[in-house]
Design a protein around this ligand. Structure first.
Ligand code: SF4
Length: 64
């Protein structure tokens, strides 16, 4: 799977970080997501899917 972030949409609430801390982090200002791993292992798919669902602005997309 390949993750893409619409950075312009991200409002930094960090729901994705709570759902999948292996994949997402917040920047030091806490206002934008940092993608730690744009091609995470398949074992993280459930967590990534949870992050996609929880993101309030639908800024996370996955291909594959
Ligand atoms: S959940 Fe969405 S809006 Fe919140 S930090 Fe993650 S990508 Fe940004």
């Amino acid at each position: 799977m390949k993750i893409q972030i619409e950075y312009g949409m991200c409002d930094g609430h960090g729901e994705c970080v709570i759902a999948a801390p292996e994949v997402f982090d917040l920047n030091d200002d806490g206002d934008e997501v940092i993608l730690l791993d744009d091609s995470p292992a398949e074992s993280l798919r459930d967590k990534v899917n949870a992050a996609i669902k929880l993101c309030p602005v639908a800024a996370i997309r996955v291909e594959g």
